[in-house]
Write a new protein. Structure first.
Length: 255
């Protein structure tokens, strides 16, 4: 899907251009920062030409902005839970050794690793199929896949994440990866993926455990209705610490 992205966009007070999503979608995408002047936002949305996409997050259905945003045409994409693994959490139990190995690379290691980047991107596009973009019926599947592919490949371009843990099979095929943000005081699972044929074989567990450092908390976000992910992260010592709702708005009156 290709569209002209050369048109001039007017200045907006409450929303800011999301360059990453704009490139993936092929048309203007913006992110809304809250709190904001809702009357001014209504004017901004009315002034945006279709096609266009805006997203934001609220803390929950009781968030003061939630009902007002729904009235403006924002729709729930996903409800999310944030988990944190405390710095003093005990080492998780691990399954018996499997037929894969875990490789750790930094952004410096990743520079110029084009075949690896291509493999990681392809794996993300093919296997990360339950994201908020995939669940939005107004976002075509090829765009949703492109978002995840670009997200993963941005690590190799030095644009996203500081570490990546990669599970590889003896024949060199990639079984999964864990893209990690290393922030002051904690780490974040930014994007994690397991090849479909390697699910339930300990790949994801090994990828997450590999990122743990003594005295360093770890965080991750997951969809609230994903009971399997909830059980998985709890088994690794993560506990829920917050909730959020991601909202999407589509220009042209299609939301």
């Amino acid at each position: 899907m290709t569209m002209n992205t050369a048109r001039i966009e007017k200045a907006h007070e409450s929303t800011a251009r999301d360059g990453f999503l704009s490139d993936a979608f092929g048309y203007p995408c913006r992110v809304l920062s809250l709190p904001c002047d809702l009357d001014a936002l209504a004017g901004e949305l009315a002034d945006i030409s279709a096609p266009a996409f805006v997203w934001t997050k609220v803390s929950g259905r009781d968030d003061p902005a939630f009902a007002a945003l729904r009235d403006l045409g924002f729709r729930i994409a996903v409800e999310e839970i944030t988990y944190e693994r405390p710095a003093d959490a005990p080492a998780p139990e691990m399954s018996a050794p499997n037929d894969f190995s875990i490789r750790h690379i930094t952004q410096q290691d990743a520079a110029g690793a084009i075949p690896l980047a291509d493999g990681i991107g392809a794996l993300a596009a093919a296997n990360l199929t339950t994201s908020r973009f995939h669940q939005d019926p107004l976002i075509p599947g090829d765009i949703a896949a492109a978002v995840k592919k670009r997200w993963a490949m941005n690590f190799f371009a030095g644009k996203r994440g500081q570490e990546m843990f990669i599970a590889t099979l003896p024949d060199g095929r990639i079984a999964g990866f864990n893209q990690v943000l290393t922030l002051p005081g904690h780490k974040v699972i930014d994007l994690i993926c397991t090849a479909d044929h390697m699910r339930r074989q300990g790949v994801a567990r090994a990828l997450v455990a590999a990122m743990f450092e003594p005295g360093m908390p770890a965080r991750v976000g997951s969809q609230a209705n994903n009971l399997a992910a909830d059980a998985f992260y709890r088994s690794l010592g993560f506990v829920p610490v917050g909730t959020s709702i991601c909202l999407h708005w589509h220009g042209g009156g299609t939301a």
